[in-house]
Ligand binder design. Structure first.
Ligand code: IMP
Length: 179
């Protein structure tokens, strides 16, 4: 893991190493495989942030499953903008399907609390959320996150798919904004 890294002039310090993320993602995959035994869930990975987590999570799943990639939220800089766009790119018919949303991070919960009702209208058999990170203290909405990788404090993080204004997604580990 690198020492502090600087993106757009802001300093980030090492937070979650690659090995710890891999271990936790494997556990989540096993957990999902047990819960969905005999079913064939459809994962909906929320781009861009969840691409790395999604790739690792479905490789850790030992059941039949499909994956589709969608886009949702508008998010600028360091704070949730609160403006939520409608879902883009969902071509699959989710009626009667067991859907598992793959998110990189739940912060205020606004994104998920707007998206879940949109999904429910499409008649899925079930909907669950798998989020790698959850900023528990920042949650403003009542969102049921079935699978959580790590509960983290309300500090901006980058790496493993997460960005700060377009940079930082490529790091295999996660860094936290330094004070
Ligand atoms: P929420 O609607 O406040 O829950 O925000 C969710 C979205 O905000 C995530 O899908 C991310 O795109 C973005 N986000 C929130 N916190 C962070 C962070 O610490 N780093 C990078 N993106 C974040």
């Amino acid at each position: 893991m690198k020492d502090n890294i600087v993106l757009h002039g802001l300093s980030f310090r090492p937070y979650l190493p690659e090995g710890q993320i891999a271990e936790r993602v494997t556990e989540l995959g096993q957990h999902i495989s047990r819960d969905y035994q005999g079913k064939s869930p459809l994962f909906l990975a929320v781009l861009n942030g969840a691409f790395m987590f999604a790739a690792d999570l479905i490789r850790a799943c030992e059941i039949d499953c499909s994956i589709a990639f969608i886009r949702l939220a508008s998010y600028d800089g360091l704070n949730s903008s609160g403006r939520v766009k409608t879902v883009i790119g969902l071509q699959e018919d989710i009626k009667g399907r067991d859907v598992i949303i793959i998110e990189d991070i739940v912060d205020t919960g606004q994104t998920m609390s707007h998206f879940i009702p949109q999904l429910e209208e499409m008649g899925p058999a079930s909907v669950a959320i798998a989020s790698l990170l959850v900023k528990t203290e920042a949650l403003e909405c009542d969102v049921d996150i079935r699978y959580t990788g790590f509960e983290i404090p309300t500090k901006f993080v980058i790496g493993y798919g997460l960005d700060y204004d377009g940079l930082g997604r490529n790091f295999p580990e996660i860094y936290q904004l330094a004070d």
